[in-house]
Ligand binder design. Structure first.
Ligand code: FAD
Length: 508
């Protein structure tokens, strides 16, 4: 009797201890630096697991590269975004926040601007009649793509440059005529040091889209664009008690002697110069934009607004203490925040080389073409043309066309320092030369986004030089797109990375 009673009490004690331990675990205070899709997905996973989460975001709105802005009274993506049918992780997270039924799928066409001519390249017949390459070159090009789609061991391709590999596979002529301009369009001069794994990942993504069970080249978007997705994400997180601190650029992260981690945003004094926009205004603008776009159900106009719990500058600019901190900012930015990192890790983070972008959004009265993407092999001011309104119903844009003109460049390229007027003139001159029907008077709005760190350049042996996501400062993690080692930069990979990291570090 007595031994079993003692055993019973011991069992109860054990259960109480276990529950207490779980309660402590559940109540970890976790800071996330950055509110891009990586930060948002992690915030949701951690909040769902019972943690108390705070997001620090330097911008006046959430979303990072996928954030939105207002152009000609319409709120739409700052950078062009589409979802592929094979983007399982993107589709899942959008479904999780309740917008899974709001995808629209559209068959797309691809154009090619080469030797001063705009050509269609949307199917095999068009490929075979493509005049810029002879038949043998085309066959070698097709064989290269097919062969790359079958390769499983991408690590081997990290040991050879993309230039060497593609020249060997497709021939020098095809490399110079097709591959080189396309590589330069995305990587600039950094294509010379890029590994062949880059083109492998690009081809794999293209193939996964085609093998997804849908018709060829189906691209999707959520009605209302990423503004709608982010608005809903914002609400879902606030409902789970996540604190979102906008205009909060993190300056320093330090581990204290008591094991807590202090996160310090830039001082209120410096912040005052930034003149932040208030998030509420943004969403109000978003609602107005939807209201003026005929063809919309307007159903989400009645979605609850929780802006009151989003902390905007100048409130709450002081330091805060956390149990753990996850930094999703680019590697070189993360390195500057963390003076306690060991020297080896600092060097690894600094060594990650980024590619940037200047990307113009042009709203105009008439379309440029029927193509969603126009690849360019000639020398033009921009490195591609993306006509969003070839996919998205023009009624979303008040009947206008929305075209993006990206130019991917190195972070120190002088284009970053040109004024908006200079870039606008430069880009519109390019459009005039390419499209005889284009007239400047048809442009109703022109806006320019500049981002110096968009994606890391996958150089030779890239994954070997990558620091661990668990940093050398206990309790601090650095997780960002540099950890997408065998893929291209897209939201699907970003969400997948967040899931992988969460599983690895936080699932019981
Ligand atoms: C031109 C372009 C087109 C694209 N097209 C597509 C597409 O069609 N389909 C697709 O799936 N994906 C596309 N992408 C990729 C997609 O946008 C990214 O995969 C995704 O947004 C990356 O999210 P992230 O959270 O990793 O990074 P980010 O979005 O860069 O988020 C990082 C966040 O950290 C914040 N931050 C940085 N420093 C600090 C600091 N010191 N303190 C606080 N906050 C800080 C930044 O402001 C930012 O919000 C495109 C990207 C670009 C640029």
């Amino acid at each position: 009797m007595i031994p079993s009673q003692t055993g019973g009490i011991e069992t109860i004690r054990k259960i109480v201890r276990e529950l207490a331990a779980q309660a402590t675990f559940m109540k970890e205070r976790i800071a996330i630096v950055g509110s891009g899709f990586l930060g948002l997905t992690l915030a949701k996973r951690l909040a769902d697991a019972g943690h108390k989460v705070t997001i620090f975001e330097s911008a006046p709105e959430i979303g990072g590269l996928a954030s939105v802005w207002e152009i000609n009274g319409i709120v739409w993506d700052r950078h062009y975004h589409v979802v592929l049918a094979s983007d399982r992780h993107t589709r899942n997270i959008i479904e999780e926040i309740g917008l899974g039924d709001d995808f629209k799928w559209v068959e797309t066409k691809t154009g090619f601007y080469t030797d001063g001519e705009l050509l269609s390249m949307s199917d095999t017949k068009e490929f075979l009649t493509f005049p810029a390459l002879d038949l043998i070159s085309k066959l070698r090009l097709g064989a290269t793509i097919f062969f790359a789609s079958k390769i499983k061991n991408w690590k081997k391709l990290e040991k050879v440059t993309v230039q060497e590999w593609l020249t060997k596979m497709s021939g020098k002529k095809t490399f110079e005529k097709m591959w080189k301009p396309l590589l330069k369009a995305k990587l600039g001069e950094a294509y010379r040091e890029t590994a062949a794994s880059f083109i492998w990942a690009t081809i794999q993504r293209m193939y996964s889209a085609r093998n997804s069970g849908m018709k060829r080249e189906m691209f999707g978007y959520v009605k209302g664009g990423y503004g709608r997705v982010l608005g809903r994400f914002n609400d879902v997180l606030l409902d789970r008690g996540v604190e979102i601190r906008l205009n909060s650029k993190v300056d320093k992260i330090e581990r204290l002697a008591n094991g807590k981690i202090r996160v310090t945003p830039v001082s209120a004094r410096r912040h005052k110069d930034i003149k932040p926009k208030v998030q509420k205004t943004k969403y109000a603008a978003f609602e107005a934009a939807v209201a003026v776009a005929p063809g919309f159900s307007g159903a989400f106009l009645s979605e609850p607004q929780h802006s009151s719990t989003v902390v905007d500058f100048p409130e709450n600019t002081g330091s805060q203490l956390f149990d753990k901190v996850i930094v999703t900012a680019p590697s070189n930015v993360a390195e500057k925040m963390l003076p306690q990192l060991d020297e080896r890790e600092k060097k690894q983070l600094r060594n990650i080389k980024y590619q940037g972008i200047v990307c113009a959004s042009v709203m105009m009265r008439c379309s440029l073409s029927k193509y969603y993407v126009t690849n360019i092999t000639d020398d033009t001011p921009f490195t591609g043309i993306i006509e969003m309104s070839a996919i998205v119903d023009k009624r979303e844009f008040d009947g206008n066309a929305l075209v993006y003109l990206p130019r991917y460049i190195a972070p120190d390229d002088e284009l970053f320092d040109k004024t908006d007027d200079e870039i606008e003139r430069y880009f519109l001159n390019g459009l005039e030369r390419m499209y005889p029907h284009f007239r400047r008077q048809d442009v109703v709005a022109f806006k320019i986004s500049r981002v110096r760190q968009v994606f890391p350049v996958p150089v030779l042996h890239y994954h070997e030089g990558l620091p661990d996501m668990r940093s050398s400062v206990d309790g601090v993690y650095i997780v960002n797109s540099s950890h997408i080692v065998n893929g291209t930069l897209n939201i699907n990979e970003t969400v997948q990375l967040a899931e992988r990291f969460f599983e690895q570090e936080f699932s019981a």
